[in-house]
Each structure stands twice: as structure tokens, then as C-alpha cells.
Ligand binder design. Structure first.
Ligand code: E4P
Length: 214
């Protein structure tokens, strides 16, 4: 399973990318707003820091505007993947952009049928938001299992990019279900590294090492 960083903060991205396990980055308008920087400046730094797919989201709500924005964003760097929302206009834009060879990540997926339509429109990735479904009392990961099964049934090349991940449990479940990508906030990726028994074990090894004659 590929690991993407879900952030637009260049310092966090550099810190996590240094682990050597990161394959790409996803951003969204809320994450970009948190940086206080311009979208283009943030994207340029992210593209320098990580050599992999970098999702950049359009903010137009009509297909023509999304297409124009998508072309402009894709022109900024070869690794840019254009993120379009799962709406009627978003699907139309996805079809046009993907026919032009621009990779599209269809975002804000909350049920498997939406993901299937996005795949049919040519999306390279679909982003099911698992945490936000959990927040309203639904089982978000169920949607991931369904999408993996559907894409496998019909050999769709579209990748299931699990988004809105809130914990290591989401990450592990995504991998067990065969999701192609998990995009995680930096804090979750750092949590994946940690286990208290690892820390205790290391402490004991180092203490015992002091007893070895030098
Ligand atoms: C990623 O592409 C999504 O925009 C992101 O994972 C949303 O996460 P949130 O639900 O924690 O905001």
C-alpha cells in the first residue's frame, strides 16, 4: 500500500518524507488555508520535497471552471494530480481532464456508487473519507472494502485512496482490505512508527549494553 502525507505544511511534509516511506501528498483547500501561504508557493515546495503524486484541488464549482483550473494546476508540475469534487460538474470535468491525460483524484466520496461513477469517468484515484463517515456513526471502512471489491470485479485501473484517516487502526484496516493508497496526517504516520514495547525493549538493550565489558 502506498502512503501519502495528508498535509500542505512543508515543514511537516519534509519531516515525514525523511522517514523514506512516503509515496505522495494530498492537499485540500482547508489544509492549504492553515499554512497561510499561497497555493502555488505551497505546491512548488511540496513538489520539490516529494517525488510522487501531489493532489491539488480545484475550487470552481462548475465543470468549465474546474477544467480550466485543472489544466493550469497540471501544468505547474508533472506530478500534480487534479482533485475534483464528487458532483455532477466534478464528474464532467473528470472525464474531460482524464481524456487529456491529466490524472484526477475524485474527492469527497461517501458511498461506493460515487466511487464507481468516478472510476467510469476516468479517475486515477477515488478518495473515500472514512473518518467523516465514522463521525456520523457509520462504518467508514465498509466503503473502502466495497470499493476495492468493485474495482477488482471489473479490473478498473482506478486506485482507492483512503482519506480522512484518523488513526493507525484505519491505516491497518485499509492495508488488510487491499486499498491502494492511504493518505494520513503527519501525526498518524509518526504514530505508526511507535509502540511502547519497542521503546521499553530498546531501553533495556541499551542498559544491558552498559554491562558488556569494554
Ligand atoms: C484528503 O485528500 C482529504 O482531503 C482529507 O483526508 C480529509 O481529512 P479530514 O476529514 O480529516 O479533514
Amino acid at each position: 500500500m502506498k502512503i501519502f502525507i495528508d498535509s500542505a505544511d512543508i515543514e511537516q511534509i519534509r519531516e515525514v518524507a525523511a522517514l523514506g516511506v512516503v509515496d505522495g501528498v494530498t492537499t485540500n483547500p482547508s489544509l492549504v488555508a492553515k499554512t497561510g501561504r499561497s497555493f502555488e508557493a505551497a505546491l512548488a515546495d511540496i513538489c520539490d520535497a516529494v517525488d510522487g503524486p501531489i493532489s491539488a484541488e480545484v475550487v470552481s464549482t462548475e465543470a468549465d471552471g474546474m477544467i480550466e483550473e485543472g489544466r493550469r494546476l497540471a501544468g505547474l508540475h508533472p506530478n500534480i494530480v487534479v482533485k475534483c469534487p464528487m458532483t455532477v460538474d466534478g464528474l464532467r470535468a473528470t472525464r474531460v481532464l482524464s481524456d487529456e491525460g491529466i490524472r484526477v483524484n475524485v474527492t469527497l466520496i461517501f458511498q461506493p456508487a460515487q466511487g464507481l461513477l468516478a472510476a467510469k469517468a476516468g479517475a486515477a484515484y477515488v478518495s473515500p473519507f472514512v473518518g467523516r463517515l465514522d463521525d456520523i456513526g457509520e462504518y467508514g471502512m465498509g466503503m473502502v472494502a466495497a470499493l476495492v471489491e468493485i474495482f477488482d470485479n471489473y479490473d478498473y485501473p482506478t486506485e482507492v485512496l483512503v482519506a480522512s484517516i484518523r488513526s493507525p487502526l484505519h491505516f491497518v484496516e485499509a492495508a488488510r482490505m487491499g486499498a491502494h493508497v492511504a493518505t494520513c496526517p503527519p501525526a498518524v504516520i509518526l504514530q505508526l512508527v511507535k509502540h511502547p514495547l519497542t521503546d521499553i525493549g530498546l531501553e533495556r538493550f541499551l542498559a544491558d549494553w552498559q554491562k558488556v565489558p569494554k
